[in-house]
Design a protein around this ligand. Structure first.
Ligand code: IPE
Ligand code: IPE
Ligand code: MG
Length: 251
């Protein structure tokens, strides 16, 4: 991982990695007098369109928050509907993703999912693991705190001596055990649906990410809305602790 606090990452006009909290499905449905699940279903079209747009624009990594570790608190019928939707998407869409050279990864505590879903996830990852196109990561039963905790456990299991000498623990010792260790940190974070919070998404990785919030509800988030987010990103000055004057001298 290219850590924003250890080195100054390379940046460009096109973000290498875009991370998205897809929020507002329920409100989209409610505004139309439809059940909340109709919003989730419509939201799938926005996912397809965004995957295509990222491929076209040469974005290398796209990470989507699909289900948080806190979303189990929702009414059981909504949770089970979301699981069914996830399964049917993995079954139906995977060939298309594979054809488009997408490398699919699912991150989160997958042990909570029923065995059939876990199997589908494994198959989908195995099928697309050597693809060279867009790296698409779906965060499912994901929590940023869970990610940091499982990284601490992984690090100590592989290097037990660090527990006795914690002063030797460096950023890279821990970050290499985070779920997205092979991806650059997100350049651009997008949250749709009007809320301005992280909701336990990528806590470690967002240290220097540019944040973009829009009121647009996820099912309405189309290519034009994405272009607005990219436009906003291009106008940012990414200083990573330095001053504007230093940046001008360097460029
Ligand atoms: C986001 O939309 C999708 C998931 C969390 C699965 P919501 O379902 O949170 O929609 P709102 O926020 O209630 O409108
Ligand atoms: C965040 O949305 C999680 C996903 C989009 C998967 P929520 O709608 O669950 O977030 P809160 O509860 O409003 O913070
Ligand atoms: Mg929501």
């Amino acid at each position: 991982m290219h850590s924003s606090t250890q080195i100054i990452p390379e940046t460009g006009v096109i973000p290498r990695h875009v991370a998205v909290i897809m929020d507002g499905n329920g409100r989209w449905a409610k505004a139309r007098g439809l059940p909340r699940v109709a919003g989730h279903k419509k939201g799938v079209d926005s996912v397809r369109a965004l995957v295509r747009a990222c491929g076209r624009r040469g974005i290398q990594f796209l990470t989507l928050f699909a289900f948080s570790s806190e979303n189990w608190r929702r009414p059981p019928d909504e949770v089970s509907w979301l699981m069914t939707l996830f399964m049917s998407l993995l079954e139906r869409e995977i060939r298309n993703l594979h054809r488009n050279k997408v490398r699919l990864r699912i991150v989160g505590d997958l042990t909570a999912f029923e065995p059939k879903l876990q199997q589908l996830i494994q198959n989908a990852q195995a099928l697309t693991s050597t693809n060279q196109g867009l790296n698409l990561t779906i965060a499912a039963n994901y929590g940023g705190r869970w990610d940091i905790l499982q990284a601490v456990r992984g690090m100590l299991a592989s290097k037990p001596e660090l527990a006795r000498q914690p002063q030797l623990i460096g950023e890279a010792d821990l970050s290499s055990f985070l779920t997205m260790a092979d991806a650059p940190e997100p350049d651009l974070f997008i949250r749709t649906g009007g809320e301005q919070r992280i909701s336990n998404f990528l806590l470690w990785h967002l240290a220097y990410t540019e944040l973009y919030f829009t009121d647009t509800l996820w099912p309405d988030f189309d290519e034009e809305a994405f272009a607005c987010a990219l436009h906003s990103y291009r106008a940012r000055e990414r200083r990573f602790g330095r001053t504007s004057e230093q940046l001008r001298v360097e460029s």
